[in-house]
Design a protein around this ligand. Structure first.
Ligand SMILES: *Cc1c(COP(=O)(O)O)cnc(C)c1O
Length: 364
């Protein structure tokens, strides 16, 4: 047991995050694709961001403007990219602090232009095209091209930096050669009209990486915005069937402490109604089982099924806001009160755990 830390804690392996960054940056570099390192999943922790910068990310991106502002204030020197369309109340901060933003509303871009004039600045805009995932972006191709041309010709303090798209988010639509080629074709159309090349054609996120691995990425795509594959790297294997040896999945380990060990029936006793969150879970009667309670709960990780027990014979049974119950019946280890149990994380629990002030964070 490591007594130097308080629990629950996240042990974050910076070397592995650096190695993941470097692998993905190099993989994409061969195809002249730059990487915007997306840091929202770890609450933009500066230690982690530093590794993404060292690993070769060309831009640092987040959906939360304050994370980008904080990083710049701490001396981070890469260009920042806001990847959620700015709100009206964010435009002043955006122009003052952020280099690039993804946008889909001309009304907002006009406001950004006005603010730029006020601050005597330029701001770079990536115009988002919706290829069918139906989250952000202009859906109509003609409107998309016209908007781009309007920005180029009329908004002098805006640099039309490029075009982009977002997939696999709301509509679960897979990136493909075919849908990304549509983005490339409108980019070419826009370039013909404005008589210059766009700086970036941004073809998505972690879920576009399979196209790179399969050599099916349209040539004109020259940027991806990658978070998950760098930070945890579990989705490509678990959901997409790509087990990439070079990507470390054990970058972040959750450590939680045992506060109770008892043998109890596995099926609750009395009239069954609802749990602490108003749900009616199913319970399997496995007889009397040895279980432990850990001092961590839904307030910290939200979904216990996005945690992966790393200790042999440990199974997650359930959780409430401040407790996580595990079954240790089949473990060969003799657990004691105060022992630490280890879990790997998927992206959702990483997102919540890194922003919980009740979870200690330390780096190795
Ligand atoms: C979160 C986000 C990304 C990064 O997604 P990952 O799956 O973590 O790679 C990229 N682009 C946009 C617009 C996002 O919101």
């Amino acid at each position: 047991m490591n007594c130097a830390h308080t629990y629950p804690a996240l042990e974050i392996n910076l070397d592995k995050i650096y190695a993941n960054t470097k692998y993905i940056v190099n993989l994409c570099k061969d195809l002249d694709i730059s990487i915007a390192g997306v840091v929202k999943g770890v609450n933009a922790q500066s230690e982690v961001v530093e590794k993404m910068v060292d690993g070769g990310c060309e831009y640092i991106a987040s959906s939360r403007i304050n994370q980008l502002i904080q990083l710049k204030a701490n001396g981070m020197n890469k260009d920042t990219m806001l990847i959620r369309m700015p709100m009206m109340g964010e435009i002043e901060k955006l122009v003052g602090n952020v280099d690039i933003s993804l946008n889909s509303e001309l009304e907002t871009i006009i406001k950004i232009n006005q603010e730029c004039k006020k601050q005597n600045k330029q701001h770079k805009v990536v115009l988002m095209f919706d290829l069918g995932d139906l989250r952000e972006g202009i859906f109509d191709q003609k409107e998309f091209i016209e908007t781009a041309i309007y920005i180029e010709n009329n908004l002098k303090n805006i640099k039309l930096y490029g075009v982009g798209t977002n997939l696999s988010c709301y509509g679960s639509i897979k990136p493909s050669y075919e849908n990304l080629e549509k983005l490339c074709n409108v980019a070419i159309e826009i370039e013909k009209n404005i008589k210059r090349e766009l700086d970036i054609v941004s073809g998505g996120a972690t879920t576009t990486l399979p196209l790179i691995l399969d050599n099916k990425i349209p040539k004109k795509i020259n940027n991806l915005r990658v978070g998950e594959a760098i930070l945890v790297g579990r989705d490509l294997e678990d959901y997409w069937g790509y087990d990439i040896k070079e990507i470390h999945k054990d970058t972040i380990t959750l450590k939680a402490e045992i506060i109770e060990i008892k043998e109890k029936p596995s099926y609750p006793i009395g009239e069954m109604f609802i749990d602490a969150f108003g749900n009616k879970p199913q319970y399997e009667d496995r007889g009397i089982r040895k279980r432990a309670i850990l001092g961590i709960g839904k307030q910290d990780f939200v979904f216990h099924d996005t945690l992966i027990p790393l200790d042999e014979g440990v199974e997650i049974v359930g959780s409430s806001s401040d407790h996580l119950i595990i079954d240790i019946q089949n473990s060969a280890q003799e657990f004691k009160i105060g022992d630490i149990i280890n879990f790997g994380v998927f992206y959702p629990s990483m997102l919540y755990l890194t922003s919980s002030t009740y979870v200690d964070k330390y780096y190795i």
